[in-house]
Every structure is written in C-alpha cells, then in structure tokens.
Design a protein around this ligand. Structure first.
Ligand code: SAH
Length: 378
C-alpha cells in the first residue's frame, strides 16, 4: 500500500501524535506555543480532509512552524495486516497496533450509504454472553489516534476502489469494545468525525453504541449531538442479567430513564436505536416482543432486530426466519419502527459479534473458556 506510508519522523512513542488531538486539542497546543488558534483548523484539514500526514507538505504553514512540528510531534497510525472483501462487498481490515494487539474495522456498503463499523477498545470487558469479542477478554482502550485512523484509512481505501457511490457516509462505534468505557478518546474521535475540517459527518450519521453505561450516557448527551444505540437484547431484568452482565449494575429501569434523558438533551428531534439480537428460544418469544413494546413506550425508538451470528462454542442458535418475522410483526403492528438487520460479511467473519482481532487478554477471561477444552483433550 504505497500511498499509505506514514511520515513517522523516527520519534519515540511518547512523542505527541497529532492524530490524538481533535481541533480543540490542537488549538490548546498551538496557543501554548504562542501560535494563532486557526492553525488547528489548518492542521486538521491537512491530516484528515486532505489525507496529508507529512507536516512538511502542509504548505500554508510557515517553514519555521513545520520544522517545529516535525521535531516535536509525530503522525502515526496502525498498520493494516489483513484486508478482505466479502462476496456482498463488505470489507474488513485487521489493524496491528504498536503493542502487537489487533483490532478490526468493517465497511458495509448499502444502496444509499456506506457504513464504517469502528472499534473502540482492544477486546471488551463486558462479557456479553452472545458476543465473540467478549470471549477474547480485554486488554486496553484504543487511543484517539487508533480510533480515528480507522476512519482515515477506510475513507482512502474505499475511495481507491473507485466504485460509483462507494463512500464512508456513516460511522458506527459498534466494532470491538464498549465505547462509553473509553469516554475521552471516543469523544475526541467523534469530534473529528463530525468536524467540517475533518470528516464532516452530520450528527445523524455518527452512532455510538452502548451496552448501557448509564452515567456515561448522561455525560455524552451533555457533550455531543449524535445518535445513540443501546444494546438491549432483553426487556426483562432477569433475562438481561444473563445476556448483558452490565445489567446487574445498571438495570432496565435506570437504563430506560437514561435513554429518556438523552433524548431530552438532543437539539434536533432524535431517536434511540435499540439493538436486539434474536437468540433461538432465549429472547425471541411473543411474550418477549410484548415486553419490549411496553419497555420502550414513550421513547422515540428504532428497533434493530439482529439475527444472531453464530461462533464456535457460543451455545446459542440463530432464531428461525419465521420467528424473526413473527417478532418483527408484533413490534411493527404495535407501531414501532422496526428493521431486521441483514447479515453482512459473514463469509469473512466481519458480521456483528464476529470481530475478535487479536487480544492479549489481561482479564484472564479467555482462560475460563479454554480450560474445559484442554481438559477434554487430556
Ligand atoms: N459494546 C457496545 C458496542 C459493541 S456493538 C454495545 O454493546 O453496544 C455490539 C453489537 O453487536 C450488539 O448490539 C449486538 O447487536 C451485536 N452483536 C454482538 N454479538 C453478536 C452476535 N453474535 N450476533 C449478532 N450480533 C451481535
């Protein structure tokens, strides 16, 4: 990938990476050195809009300042170690980070949009029972640079495909990790996604997905206008405790109250996307659908029904198509805006819940899953 060689300036890992800063951060950086704050817009534009990573090519900046940036900062992003395109056009990249961990990014083309699914952490600490990322355990938060690099790289590589209409028009933080547990880095990255000097995506086109970290839902609602997706998966506390362990900490009553507060804070009329993975015989009965209707009553909602994507050892099965359709109909008949998400990219393990990267687990969780298997072999 000749066009993606990054000017690294041979500086150490502690040196400030310009990709870690949003425009506000750059303004602070430039003011501290006595420079005009509009330098920040210029640098953001070079880096993110024009894709120029070599500070010496930033020609509207004085030579003296370019030299200073060159000696004091670096511009560094992860390396692509895997790049595959599915038969349905979905494209998946595996990015290798400096510490050897790997995360995944997925591009999903549709007729009217192109959605980039971005990771926010190496692994995930939440341990949702139906998600393979959780099985990998957790290593660390991604830096702002590592999050926004996914957008930088995908934007350029999709453009290089030169297929009419193919662009990154939407970003969803639905890859590996829980974005609201990596709050500051995610907020900075979202700022860049929505900054007109960077990616210029409108607030309707950036979605942060959470399993329900209630205090952080309040905080992000105070800071940003963007779309919020809540991974619900059950409308009853007992069932949700078994699928999303975080529910023990923030049960449904608190979660739904936080959803209402979030909606009230948004400047434009907005709604929350509720994600619901349908698991055969677990959460897909008529009664489950009726409870869901009751639960979201009064909240402007879009219900996203997701057929479960199986993975080895999950212990769950995908609900039969007829069940999915029946569940859909009960919600739709009650007047809820509901969509059934099409499974995309499963032939390259790029579908929801299949993103595993390569995580040097520090939570020791993966050992819990591996031990019985080792036991069986002996
Ligand atoms: N931690 C955040 C962001 C990760 S996105 C969150 O929980 O929202 C995770 C989404 O991937 C979940 O909403 C779920 O809809 C989906 N998902 C996870 N595992 C899945 C699986 N095996 N099959 C289908 N969807 C899955």
């Amino acid at each position: 990938m000749r066009s993606l060689i990054v000017q690294d300036n041979h500086l150490s890992a502690e040196t400030l990476n310009l990709l870690d800063l949003d425009r506000q951060g750059l303004e602070t950086y430039f003011s501290a050195m006595g420079e005009k704050s509009f330098r920040a817009s210029q640098v953001v534009q070079w880096l993110h809009q024009k894709g120029i990573l070599d500070v010496q090519q930033m020609t509207n900046i004085s030579q003296a300042l370019r030299d200073r940036l060159q000696s004091e900062t670096r511009v560094h992003m992860p390396e692509i170690v895997y790049d595959a395109t599915s038969s349905d056009g979905t494209r998946k990249w595996v990015l290798q980070l400096d510490d050897g961990n790997r995360v995944e990014t997925v591009y999903i083309p549709e007729d009217d949009r192109g959605t980039l699914c971005v990771s926010s952490q190496v692994g995930c600490a939440l341990d949702c029972s139906f998600c393979s990322t959780g099985r990998q355990g957790f290593n660390r938060n991604l830096t702002t640079a590592e999050i926004i690099s996914q957008v930088w790289l995908a934007t350029r590589l999709i453009d290089e495909e030169k297929k009419p209409g193919r662009k990154v028009t939407n970003v969803v933080l639905m890859g590996m990790g829980e974005p609201l547990l990596n709050f500051d880095n995610v907020v900075r990255a979202v700022h860049l996604m929505m900054d007109d000097f960077a990616y210029g995506l409108s607030k309707r086109r950036v979605t942060v997905s959470t399993a329900g970290v209630v205090p952080a839902m309040d905080r992000i609602g105070d800071l940003l206008d963007m779309r919020l997706a809540v991974s619900l998966h059950a409308a009853d506390d007992e069932l949700r405790n078994s699928l999303v362990p975080l529910n023990g900490k923030y049960p449904l009553r608190e979660l739904m109250a936080a959803c209402r507060r979030f909606i009230d804070k948004q400047n434009v009329r907005s709604r929350i996307t509720f994600e619901y993975v349908l698991l055969d015989g677990v959460n897909d009965s008529d009664l489950d659908a009726q409870q869901l209707i009751k639960l979201v009553k009064g909240i402007p909602a879009l219900i996203n029904l997701i057929p479960f994507n199986p993975f080895t050892g999950s212990g769950y099965k995908t609900s039969p198509r007829k069940r999915v359709e029946r569940f859909y109909k009960i919600l739709a008949d009650a007047g809820l805006t509901t969509v059934i998400r099409r499974t995309r990219g499963d032939d390259i393990d790029a579908a929801c819940g299949q993103l595993v990267g390569q995580v040097k687990d520090r939570s020791r969780r993966h050992r819990r899953f591996e031990e019985p298997r080792i036991g069986m072999q002996t």
